[in-house]
Design a protein around this ligand. Structure first.
Ligand code: PEP
Ligand code: MG
Length: 593
């Protein structure tokens, strides 16, 4: 019987295939009491299982480090592997397991899952969303240890690679026994599993849990594979080998589709493939509107290796290099000046003369460091010590980053972007630290280059006091992800209020439009680098507001370019003015200009 499950759309496209369930081994572990004479052997069984998983992860880390640059995996995967190693080696886990075996005579598996429950409750009580999300990591590593104890390797370590699979919908309908695409379904997926997923034939994935900003979702988006997260109970409701359709655009999963539905999605899938094919023809077409306005389409990247995909997608530069991914998951050992310099230089050289905008570190909120020396457990981390606030609170760390960026600027066009500024005093402090970094380099006789310095406008207070920003900065970049969050008081990482996170809210649109107008009035470049820039539903409105520079995930560049090529900015400006006056602009935005 056909039924559907609704979740959160994280990565676009349609995938159709048979379900491969990764069952939770936690629920079906054996529960029995052991003899006192067996205690040492049971403790050793857990230790051996854990050591096997540690070795597996270390092997994976080695293979990542040996990958050719073009195959490099997203930086966050390596960071998360570090987190898994740290959790596996945690004393509290080992001591707890020993306690349950020695004092209660639980068998090894029972002891391990009992201690897992103890730790899970502790994670549940944590305020910090990042730490709460580590609960899923703890569950994943426990499952791996359980599998290792049973002598079963991870089902994802050896994905079922099949030769000569048929993908045409007609083939699937005609011949049920042929090799078909596989859809992975799991309660949750670790980034390490996602790594295997990248190299396998899995055509999409579905998880029960996870928000749009979970690490798995981030990795999925960067891999551009159809995916739905937060599809609660999917791993219970879907059976092994069921036919499953993932609509990654709508966030819908259809199970056991009838032939008509299957044919419909097959059609949609082919349409998507054709559309991608058509878009690829625009790669070398300049992004110029029908009325001759040149539009700058830039890429957002997370690591220097992403420069290759930015170039491949036709980006004319990097509008946002989120440098904080280099700072995360390092257990407090932050990258030193040399390491940062080499990374920024690699990004700059990778872009082959095109400009690279390096944003200074933006940790905090949903991107905290795992630095145990810092207390990130604030009541509301999104309003806490985040981004530039964090940098200004640790001038030595900030100066290290500023020197590294200035040095990289000797190798190409570098712009420096400062996140989350709101006070004039923060601006002045930042500027004086940049000057100080230059003096430090001069004193050391180290070569550095010129940089343009820009501010992110991502707090309503900043968007309403642009004068001071325009006085000090060479350019502005509008961070709509946070601007929406802070304007509407909606936590962008909280799936329970995701339906209220509205890029088309008139307050948001007015702040964006005002920023563009005022920057241009002063002759200063302004771009949008939040998700809004890559959302084709918003392209015409942003053009109508006067925006000429968009920075987005490389996979979105061609679709936005298509909108640009069809646009007449003069007409859109008139239309946009009407939209801006509307108290409920969303219907107008989806209607034609
Ligand atoms: C934003 O807030 O829009 C932005 C681009 O920065 P981040 O998503 O990294 O907070
Ligand atoms: Mg932001």
């Amino acid at each position: 019987m056909t039924f559907s499950i609704h979740g959160l759309a994280v990565a676009r496209g349609i995938a159709i295939g048979r379900a491969v369930l990764v069952a939770s081994t936690r629920l079906d572990v054996a529960h029995y009491f052991i003899e006192p004479s067996q205690v040492a052997a049971e403790i050793k069984r857990v230790a051996d299982g854990r050591d096997a998983v540690v070795e597996e992860i270390q092997r994976l880390q080695t293979s990542i480090s040996l990958m050719a640059p073009k195959e490099k995996t997203p930086h966050e995967i390596s960071a998360l592997l570090d987190v898994h190693l740290m959790l596996l080696q945690d004393e509290e886990l080992a001591n707890g397991v020993r306690h349950w075996i020695k004092d209660r005579l639980y068998n090894a598996e029972w002891a391990l899952t009992t201690q897992l429950e103890v730790l899970v409750r502790q994670f549940d009580e944590m305020e910090d969303e990042y730490l709460r999300e580590r609960k899923a990591d703890l569950e994943q590593i426990t499952e791996k240890v359980l599998r290792a104890m049973r002598g079963v390797s991870s089902p994802l370590v050896q994905p079922p690679v099949r030769q000569g699979r048929k993908t045409s919908q007609q083939d699937l309908l005609l011949d049920d026994t042929v090799d078909v695409p596989l859809i992975l379904i799991a309660h949750d997926l670790s980034p390490a599993d996602m790594l295997q997923f990248k190299q396998s034939v899995f055509a999409g994935f579905i998880t029960d849990v996870g928000g749009k900003t979970s690490h798995t979702a981030i990795v999925a988006r960067s891999l551009d594979i159809p995916a739905v997260v937060g599809a609660r109970l999917s791993s219970h409701l879907i059976r092994q080998d069921d036919w499953v359709v993932i609509d990654g655009d709508a966030g819908v999963v259809v199970i056991d589709p009838s032939p008509i539905i299957l044919a419909e999605y097959g059609f949609k899938q082919r349409q998507g493939e054709l559309q991608r094919g058509r878009l690829s023809r625009l790669l070398h077409t300049p992004a110029v509107t029908m009325d001759g306005q040149k539009i700058e389409l830039l890429a957002n990247i997370e690591s220097p290796d992403d420069a290759a995909s930015a170039l491949k997608a036709g980006a004319v530069g990097v509008g946002l290099f989120r440098s904080e991914f280099m700072f995360m998951g390092r257990h407090g050992r932050l990258p030193n000046e040399e390491e940062q310099y080499l990374a920024y230089r690699r990004a700059v050289e990778g872009m082959q003369g095109l400009p690279v905008t390096i944003r200074t570190v933006d940790v905090g909120a949903d991107k905290p460091l795992d630095d145990s020396l810092r207390d990130d457990a604030h009541l509301n981390p999104a309003l806490g010590l985040r981004a530039i606030r964090w940098s200004l609170a640790d001038p030595a760390m900030f100066l290290t980053q500023l020197r590294a960026i200035l040095r990289a600027a000797a190798h190409g066009q570098v712009h420096m972007l400062i996140p989350m500024l709101v006070h004039a005093s923060e601006i002045r402090q930042t500027m004086s630290l940049i000057d100080h970094a230059r003096v430090q380099l001069d004193n050391r006789g180290v070569v550095y280059g010129p940089v343009k310095i820009g501010a992110m406008i991502e707090i309503p207070a900043a968007a309403l006091t642009l004068g001071v920003f325009l006085k000090y900065f060479d350019f502005l970049s509008i961070g709509t992800n946070d601007l929406i969050q802070y304007t509407l008081a909606i936590d962008r990482a909280d799936e329970s209020v995701a339906h209220l996170y509205d890029p088309m809210h008139p307050a948001v649109l007015r702040l964006v439009a005002n920023t563009i107008t005022q920057a241009h009035a002063q002759g200063k470049p302004v771009s949008v680098c939040g998700e809004m820039a890559g959302d084709t539903a918003m392209t015409r409105l942003l053009l109508g507001m006067g925006l000429r520079s968009f920075s987005m995930h490389p996979a979105q560049i061609l679709a936005v370019k298509q909108e640009v090529l069809r646009a007449d900015t003069a007409k859109l400006a008139v239309w946009a003015e009407g939209v801006m006056m509307d108290d409920e602009p969303s219907t107008r935005i989806s209607a034609k200009a």
